[in-house]
Design a protein around this ligand. Structure first.
Ligand code: ATP
Length: 270
């Protein structure tokens, strides 16, 4: 029988994913062929007592969220939509604002391991060749004013068909398949990202964690515009990161300005 290799893309299922991830000893795994939002499922599971390092994965996500309730697209059969639950230990509590960096560094480590050259568009996107290949959304379950658990939502475009049409996007997008010219196993990519999270997580409190994150930033040394949804955009040369993960810019008056994770979008300055 004739098979069109161009259309072949490795399938994913809960049983083989569980086998793939066994070495990482996840607290639990919930796999769905289709789900509204992996973050919503993980938030509910966390509130219901999920163990540390429990994972929700969906082949298709119908209500995927980015920041500010923007939509994140995860069509069936070609992308990764996953949410990891972390229960922060006492030594990690002072560094919770670094969690988005933990995910960004780990996804970029996985890309590096595949021979690609990732950059982090602060705070929450991974770029390949200046195009978005992955996005991150960190949400918190609070117990009073203590963070009981963190949910790290990650959307990664693996297959070519996971890239949304250009006219629907605020920033250009790509996929791992587009960049590498070959199809990849999503289970393998999930393994690589989670393995990196475990490794990077051990150094999250150290200053070298911030320096590694900083070295991977996109547009470093270039003039960028950081626009807030409600407020004046800040323009300046992107210098690096503060210890809390805030972005440090040098403005036109040679003054250092720090921007914190909120409703900001970073763009190269026109
Ligand atoms: P921006 O990247 O424009 O600064 P943002 O970082 O706030 O915005 P995210 O929260 O990362 O955005 O994600 C939502 C945006 O990402 C959407 O508005 C859409 O433009 C874009 N998007 C949605 N799905 C995908 C996808 N699969 N691949 C790449 N981009 C996507």
């Amino acid at each position: 029988m004739y098979t069109c290799l161009r259309d072949y893309f490795p399938a994913m299922n809960g049983t083989s994913l569980k086998k793939h991830l066994a070495k990482l000893n996840p607290g639990g795994l919930r796999y769905f062929d289709s789900l509204g939002s992996t973050n919503d499922e993980a938030l509910a599971w966390a509130a219901d007592g999920a163990k540390d390092f429990s994972l929700v994965v969906a082949d298709e996500q119908t209500q995927g969220r980015g920041r500010l309730d923007r939509k994140w697209s995860t069509p069936q059969g070609s992308a990764i939509a996953m949410s990891l639950i972390l229960r922060p230990s006492a030594p990690l509590r002072p560094h919770l604002s670094r969690t988005v960096g933990l995910a960004a560094l780990s996804i970029s480590d996985a890309c590096l391991g595949l021979g690609l050259s990732p950059r982090i568009k602060w705070p929450n996107d991974i770029l390949l060749g200046g195009r978005k290949v992955a996005g991150i959304l960190v949400e918190t379950v609070w117990s009073g004013d203590e963070a009981d658990s963190l949910v790290i939502g990650m959307g990664i475009n693996v297959g070519r068909s996971s890239v949304p049409p250009a006219e629907s996007l605020r920033f250009p997008a790509t996929s791992l398949e587009d960049e590498l010219g070959r199809a990849l196993s999503r289970e393998e990519i999930i393994f690589l990202v989670l393995e990196a999270i475990q490794k990077r997580g051990r150094e999250i409190g150290a200053e070298r964690f911030i320096r590694s994150w900083e070295e991977r930033l996109a547009f470093r040394g270039e003039t960028v515009q950081v626009g807030a949804e409600n407020g004046e955009p800040v323009c300046g040369v992107l210098e690096g990161l503060d210890l809390d993960g805030g972005l440090r810019l040098r403005d036109e008056h040679d003054k250092t300005v720090s921007v914190h994770i909120g409703d900001v979008s970073l763009r190269p300055s026109a």
